[in-house]
Design a protein around this ligand. Structure first.
Ligand code: AMP
Length: 223
């Protein structure tokens, strides 16, 4: 049983690492971005959610907190979870404290230019949300870090469910810049917030999931 937050800029790999780590440990991967995207269809707030998500702004707390609370109350969350994309502001972190006791915060670090390249290369399955990467990205002081493509077996189709692979509507350069600004202004203060509480660990992104998943698992397992 472990309750973990993944912090880090959009595109740092939070979603991919969280989903793989949860599969291995039988924890649940809770992405507020995904929960909100699903809530667009059946919620009275669908239009509002779409407006904020399409421009990269933050969906109002009232809506996000309601969606998250409902998810945390499902019995499977008792086995442990990774929060991906929440909290994004100090007030959200305060609200979370009254819902659940977080044990660890993993702060994923990655250079900005890699983020932009990586988000532009990301493809998501329309049906199941599985994530692929169509570019081969090299970075680091001597280009020693690499994110090779994560390609589907059949171009444009998900390996897991056969669904179509698409770029999300918020995955273009202008909106990525906006999401990065929102991250710097509103979410980055959480790094100090959790560091001061003594539960934050930094992890540099230096490679593909095959490298990052064991690295992060090792840090989650440390005291
Ligand atoms: P993500 O999938 O985490 O990149 O989130 C995609 C979009 O969903 C964000 O740009 C926001 O519009 C919205 N969103 C996700 N999580 C939150 C949150 N914790 N608070 C407010 N908006 C959120």
């Amino acid at each position: 049983m472990m309750k973990v937050i993944f912090l880090g800029p959009p595109g740092c790999g939070k979603g991919t690492y969280a989903s793989r780590i949860c599969e291995k440990n039988d924890w649940v991967h809770i992405s507020t971005g995904d929960l909100l995207r699903s809530a667009r269809e059946d919620s009275e707030h669908g239009e509002t959610i779409k407006k904020y998500q399409d421009t990269g702004g933050l969906v109002p707390d009232e809506i996000v907190l309601a969606v998250l609370k409902k998810r945390l109350e499902r019995p499977d969350a008792e086995k442990g979870f990774i929060l991906d994309g929440f909290p994004r502001t100090i007030p959200q972190a305060d609200a979370l404290e009254s819902m659940s006791k977080i044990e660890k915060v993993i702060n994923l670090r990655i250079p900005d230019h890699v983020i932009v390249e990586k988000i532009l290369a990301r493809r998501t399955c329309e049906e199941c949300g599985n994530i692929y990467n169509i570019a081969d990205i090299k970075f680091g002081p001597n280009d020693e870090y690499r994110m090779p493509p994560i390609s589907p077996e059949t171009e444009g189709k998900c390996d897991k469910c056969g669904g179509s692979l698409v770029s999300r509507s918020d995955e273009n350069r202008e909106i990525i810049e906006n999401r990065l600004n929102v991250y710097r202004e509103q979410t980055e203060p959480l790094i100090k917030h959790y560091r001061d509480k003594g539960i934050l660990k930094d992890v540099d992104v230096t490679g593909p999931p095959a490298i990052m998943v064991p690295k992060i698992l090792g840090v989650i397992g440390e005291d």
